[in-house]
Ligand binder design. Sequence first.
Ligand SMILES: Nc1nc2c(ncn2[C@@H]2O[C@H](COP(=O)(O)OP(=O)(O)OP(=O)(O)O)[C@@H](O)[C@H]2O)c(=O)[nH]1
Ligand SMILES: [Mg+2]
Length: 349
Amino acid sequence: MRHADKNRLTKGGEKPGYADLLDRMLTGEKLALAKLVTAVENDAPYVPEIMEKIYPKTGRCISFGVTGPPGAGKSTLVDKLIARIRAEGRNVGVIAVDPSSPFSGGAVLGDRIRMQRHALDEGVFIRSLGTRGTGGGLSRATGEVLRLFDAFGMDVVIIETVGVGQTELDIVDIADTTLVVLVPESGDTVQTMKAGLMEIADIFIVNKADREGAEKMVSDLKGMVELNDSGQSGWKVPVFLSQANQDRGVDEIYDALKAHEAHLSVHSNEGERKAKIRRRHFMEILGHQFVKKVEMLAKDDERFRGYLQEVQQEDANPYRLVKSFFQDEALSRKIFHSAETRSSGGHET
Ligand SMILES: Nc1nc2c(ncn2[C@@H]2O[C@H](COP(=O)(O)OP(=O)(O)OP(=O)(O)O)[C@@H](O)[C@H]2O)c(=O)[nH]1
Ligand SMILES: [Mg+2]
């Protein structure tokens, strides 16, 4: 964002700069939405206030997570799903998360191109999210962007993320329905089990049906799903074969997505699941804001800078220093005092 300064908290009694952005976003202006997404990505200081304000307007959209190995055809499938969602007159937002990229935009350009035919559609908003600026909090940032899309009025939000390491495990806490896209080259089902994909998938897709071994993979996965079925959630994980680039098998996948959506709306565990997510979410926000407050001390507090100096000494004991930090009442007062002035909306009169 080139004019980031405009959106800083303003001093004096007037409305802070971001308020205008927020109003514009809530009246459906995509440019304002885009700017707010950038603010989340850059972890701008006013983001918690924006989130607090929009939170009551969230919880309306349905979200799908699409995960799987690089090049499995996730974006191609998402592109085809967008067409179906739009055909029903529902708005859709796409967040293409790229945990391997420090940049947003560039690395996911391919995604943009694959979904480009939807770019001019008023009811579609596609945005990529890299690790830049998020301070490693990619899952927090993704959740916040999802909430922005939700408040904006998107009916459906699709989150595409490359399944590497832990990242696909986060998506299950963010999205309502998780689709795991595999390809015959992904290896055998044992590997799928090892990667923890069995626990997170609500729907399995074997894409690239035109490749050797696709049918076998489907039947292996079906066997695994059968064995793994705890019967607890009452949802039977389906396994589909698709050829996304030819738009084959996508209708069945879309039907299953809607069936899962319906399942969630009647299933009794859903309230409990959401409660757990909110609890985790609360801890995440608390941790993040606490760290930011402490980081601020490093900038403006003489005493705190003293700690940072001291810990650099050769004989310093960081554990002892952290203990003293927590016992330091003057510092805690500073942390919590700054929390008070911030939450009053930055109106310093
Ligand atoms: N042969 C074949 N190719 C496909 C199929 N579906 C998609 N592709 C191609 O596979 C390549 C990768 O597709 P993408 O949709 O970009 O895959 P992705 O999973 O989004 O990739 P990343 O986001 O980079 O992880 C593209 O060249 C697609 O055209 C399919 O069913 N069969
Ligand atoms: Mg992709």
